[in-house]
Design a binder for this molecule. Structure first.
Ligand code: ASP
Length: 329
C-alpha cells in the first residue's frame, strides 16, 4: 500500500500514524499540573530556565514564553537571534518574532524589524496594544517607537565582522542566504494553558524584507489549548509551504503523539517540497495532555526539554536516517 493511502486510512480509523520512535522525552507520562517547557536548540536551555523563573515569580504563561526567548535575543554570541544575529545582504539586521496565547488565540508578530534587540517585546506589544496581528518593516518600527521602545544598535561586533568577510567573498552582495537557527519555545502551564513564542534573525545574508516561517502563525508557531503547541526551526520557505506548526497541532488534535505528528509533517515536506528531503526542518511540540516530542529532517538538531524541574538538551535523530526515499520504514 502506498504510504499516503496508509496514512489516510490510519487517520480515518483513528490510528496508524507514522510509528513513534519513543526516543524524544515522551517516555515519562505527564503528571497532572506539571509545567512543561520545550524549545529549540541547546540555547533553549537558558530560555526554559527563564520561562520557569518567570512563572515562579508570578508571571503569566505568556510572560514566561516572552521572557524565555529574550535570553537568546540578549546574547551577542548567538548569531541567529536578536542582538548578535547576522544581517541581510545589505548589512542590516532584520528581526522576526511572534507570540501566541493558545487559550484566547490572541497573537502578535513583527517581521523585518530594524533597530530593536528584543523583537519579541514588540510582538507582545502588538498582541497587547494593537488591533492587528502582524506588523512589518517600517510600520513595525513606527509602532515600536510609539510604544516607547528605545532604538538600539542591533549589529554586534561579531556580526559586523562576519558580514565584512561575506562581502569580501561576494563583493556584489549577492551570495546565497545561509545559516539559521530560530529559538522557538512551547510552554504548558500547570492549568493546561499553552503559549508559544519564536524569535530569529532569519537567514543570514537574506534579501532585504525576506520573512521566513518564524513570525507567521501556523508556520513557525501555533498553539491551541484544546490540542497542543508547536514551534519550528529550519528552512522557513519549506516549513511555510506546508503550514508546518499548524499541521503538527492538527495531527495531535486527531490523536497522534507529538512525534507522530511531527513525522507526518516532515513526511509532507519530504513528499511535497520542491527540495524533497534536502531540507532543514525541525519541530518541537507538546500535546494538550502533556506528552512532548521533537523531530528533525536532518541530523544536528537538539531540543531543550524541561520536565519536573529538570532540563535536558537531547539530540534528535534525523527523519532521513529513519525513513527511505519512499517514506517507508
Ligand atoms: N526558520 C527560520 C527562517 O527561515 C530560520 C531557522 O529557524 O533556522 O527564518
Amino acid at each position: 500500500m502506498h504510504r499516503r493511502d496508509f496514512l489516510l486510512r490510519g487517520a480515518a480509523a483513528g490510528a496508524g500514524f507514522l510509528a513513534s520512535t519513543g526516543l524524544q522525552g515522551e517516555s515519562t507520562p505527564p503528571t497532572p499540573g506539571e509545567v512543561i517547557v520545550i524549545s529549540t536548540w541547546p540555547f533553549g536551555k537558558a530560555a526554559n530556565a527563564a520561562a520557569i523563573q518567570t512563572l515562579e515569580s508570578g508571571g503569566s504563561a505568556l510572560d514566561a514564553v516572552e521572557k524565555g526567548v529574550m535570553t537568546a535575543e540578549a546574547d551577542p554570541s548567538i548569531q541567529s537571534v536578536g542582538f548578535g544575529g547576522l544581517p541581510n545582504r545589505s548589512g542590516v539586521v532584520e528581526l522576526d518574532a511572534a507570540i501566541q496565547d493558545g487559550r484566547t488565540f490572541e497573537s502578535g508578530a513583527v517581521c523585518s524589524l530594524q533597530g530593536y534587540r528584543h523583537p519579541i517585546k514588540v510582538a507582545r506589544a502588538v498582541l497587547d496594544h494593537s488591533p492587528h496581528l502582524v506588523l512589518v518593516g517600517a510600520g513595525a518600527r513606527e509602532f515600536a517607537t510609539d510604544q516607547g521602545f528605545p532604538v538600539e544598535e542591533t549589529l554586534s561586533e561579531g556580526a559586523r565582522e562576519a558580514y565584512r568577510k561575506w562581502r569580501k567573498k561576494h563583493p556584489d552582495g549577492k551570495g546565497p542566504a545561509s545559516g539559521h537557527d530560530t529559538l522557538g519555545l512551547v510552554l504548558l502551564n500547570s492549568d493546561g494553558h499553552i503559549c508559544v513564542a519564536c524569535t530569529t534573525s532569519g537567514l543570514a545574508w537574506k534579501h532585504p524584507g525576506r520573512v521566513g516561517d518564524s513570525p507567521l502563525l501556523g508556520h513557525g508557531l501555533y498553539a491551541d489549548d484544546e490540542a497542543g503547541g508547536c514551534v519550528a526551526t529550519g528552512d522557513g520557505e519549506e516549513i511555510t509551504r506546508v503550514c508546518g506548526s499548524f499541521l503538527v497541532v492538527e495531527w495531535m488534535r486527531k490523536g497522534a503523539t507529538p512525534e507522530e505528528a511531527i513525522d507526518e509533517t516532515l513526511d509532507r515536506i519530504a513528499r511535497r517540497s520542491p527540495r524533497g528531503r534536502d531540507v532543514h526542518a525541525s519541530f518541537v511540540a507538546i500535546r494538550a495532555d502533556g506528552m512532548t516530542g521533537a523531530g528533525s529532517m536532518r541530523k544536528g538538531f537538539h531540543q531543550a526539554l524541561t520536565r519536573k524541574g529538570k532540563t535536558e538538551v537531547l539530540s534528535v535523530p534525523a527523519f532521513v536516517d529513519r525513513t527511505t526515499d519512499e517514506n517507508k520504514r
